[in-house]
Design a protein around this ligand. Structure first.
Ligand code: C2O
Ligand code: CU
Length: 510
């Protein structure tokens, strides 16, 4: 129907974002950016921190003068940020108090920490439900410093649940002995980008309720539409996450609201799976940083070059289906947020020329290769190799510890898919035979698959510390409606690995 290729191109081409319900008006850059609170452990021992998060409904003002019901982790959207040190374990008890939806159906939930290598029993298998008034303790090893995020993964309903608010950031910190002088503390800030669609009464229209609302109409940063943030003349580290169900962004800085000024820099130091080996500069007006659905980028902005009083806009550069990282002639500019440079401050931080070495997986001629084609099948369903999701079917059996090359193919014009693998961080070998762009050369778990493209990625199928993690793990398009409607598959590491649903089921609250 309408949720096809042409509507994507259309939406990306000309739609203006802050088209709000008629009875309310967002004054851009009026409200300040909110930084989601840090989640504190309820107790800790030598190896592990224990946390608790309650999933609950609450009512909040997102659009001026209107109340919006959200479903949030601890009742807020985005949820609290979890920060953990590499190598320390987390045990998180998720308690589902969401009750019923508007049709009286129980709101089941599944928790997935996106980017985490953990046992299949704690990975958030799509039918491993926490029903209302149940809880489940999830165990996370945190073996790789990176920007992760946690979100719902309920079968067929992920789009609705994430749109309702069930998403938050999870940062695993680099080890102290890496000793990088990067900006820390108050200068290390999550930016969670989401576009949602709001009805006249302020309620969120879930994008599986009507065909034309896939892309939303209000762009939020950490839950706030068009925020401003006061900054000092120094470097900041931003952990950027695209948590949108159906939108991609292409980021650039500018001193003007409606065009790109010369020489503004985003300095990319990391991607989904952690630091790059060296920083990559994205410089206006030629370059942009594409951040597709579910991708994360670790970015430094140095405000020291701007005089006090300067306004710097984080822009979304909209240009159809071309996510090449360079700016097209007909691109449109849409401001996402504004930084106000308001004070001078000493800055001890630095951006080292060498960050953290990225081990290259070696590609030999005899390693297994598999091919996955992402397109609608003959029944018109979103599919992988013609097949839609079936929990009883396994599409690949990599051996534990095996290195494999996977080909992702998108033969369709006018459509892109962000492809996500659970369990592993992988490396992009090439895209239509061309080497990856510089900011795509680190570890990644989401791969932009543009129209008419073939990607080759290489992965080693085990946990990041080499621990054997057997069992079933999902692979899917992270356009959440594609995922919900069938564009999801699973692979099983090892033969007859543990059952992700039966091994550690949710338990009733007593
Ligand atoms: Cu971010 Cu399978 O999910
Ligand atoms: Cu898709």
């Amino acid at each position: 129907g309408l949720i096809g290729g042409s509507s994507l191109a259309l939406a990306l081409g000309v739609q203006s974002y802050q088209r709000t319900p008629a009875n309310t008006k967002i004054e851009p850059f009026e409200r300040s950016l909110i930084i989601p609170p840090l989640l504190k452990p309820i107790r800790s021992d030598e190896t592990t921190d224990y946390y608790e998060i309650t999933l609950q409904k609450s009512s909040t003002e997102i659009l001026p003068g209107l109340k919006t019901e959200i479903w949030g982790y601890n009742g807020i959207a985005p949820g609290p940020t979890i920060r953990q040190s590499e190598g320390r374990k987390s045990v998180i008890r998720f308690i589902n108090k969401l009750g019923k939806d508007s049709q009286g159906k129980p709101i089941n939930n599944v928790i997935h920490v996106h980017g985490m290598a953990t046992s299949a029993a704690y990975d958030g298998y799509t039918t491993d439900y926490i029903p209302p008034d149940y809880f489940k303790d999830y165990i996370y090893p945190n073996e790789r410093a990176s920007i992760l995020w946690y979100h719902d993964h309920t079968m067929d309903l992920t789009a609705r649940n994430v749109d309702a608010g069930l998403a938050g950031m999870y940062i695993v910190e680099e080890p102290e002995d890496l000793n990088l002088p990067l900006p820390k503390g108050n200068y290390d800030i999550p930016l969670i980008l989401q576009t949602k669609r709001f009805a006249q009464d302020g309620s969120i229209i879930f994008y599986n309720q009507t065909p034309d609302n896939l892309y939303g109409n209000v762009l939020l940063v950490n839950g706030v539409p068009s925020p401003k943030m006061e900054v000092a003349r120094r470097k900041y580290r931003f952990r950027i996450l695209n948590a949108s169900g159906g939108r991609n962004y292409q980021l650039a800085l500018s001193q003007k609201i409606d065009s790109l000024t010369e020489g503004e820099k985003l300095i990319v130091i990391g991607s989904d799976g952690g630091l790059l080996s060296e920083p990559v500069e994205i410089v206006t007006p030629e370059q942009v940083l594409p951040v597709v659905m579910a991708e994360r980028y670790d970015v430094i902005i140095d405000f020291s070059k701007y005089p006090l009083g300067t306004e710097v806009f984080l822009q979304n550069v909209i240009q159809g289906l071309d996510f090449s990282g360079s700016v097209a002639k007909n691109a449109q500019i849409n401001p996402i947020m504004r930084f106000d440079v308001v004070r001078s401050e000493a800055d001890e931080s630095e951006i080292p020329r060498q960050l953290r070495p990225v081990e290259r997986l070696s590609v030999t001629s005899n390693i297994p290769e598999r091919t996955f084609i992402f397109r609608r099948n003959q029944q018109g369903k979103w599919a992988i190799n013609g097949k839609t999701w079936d929990e009883n079917r396994i599409d690949a059996h990599p051996q534990s510890g095996a290195v494999e090359i996977w080909h992702f193919i998108n033969p369709e014009k006018g459509m892109m898919h962000p492809i996500h693998l659970h369990l592993v961080e992988a490396q992009l070998l090439d895209r239509n035979g061309e080497p990856p762009r510089p900011f795509e050369r680190g570890w990644k778990d989401v791969f932009l698959l543009n129209e008419l493209e073939e990607l080759r990625i290489v992965a080693r199928f085990k946990g990041s510390n080499g621990e054997k993690l057997t069992g079933k793990f999902m692979m899917h398009c992270h356009q959440l409606l594609h995922e919900d409607r069938g564009m999801m598959s699973q692979f099983e590491v090892g033969d007859g690995g543990l059952d992700p649903v039966a091994t550690a089921p949710a338990q009733p609250l007593s």
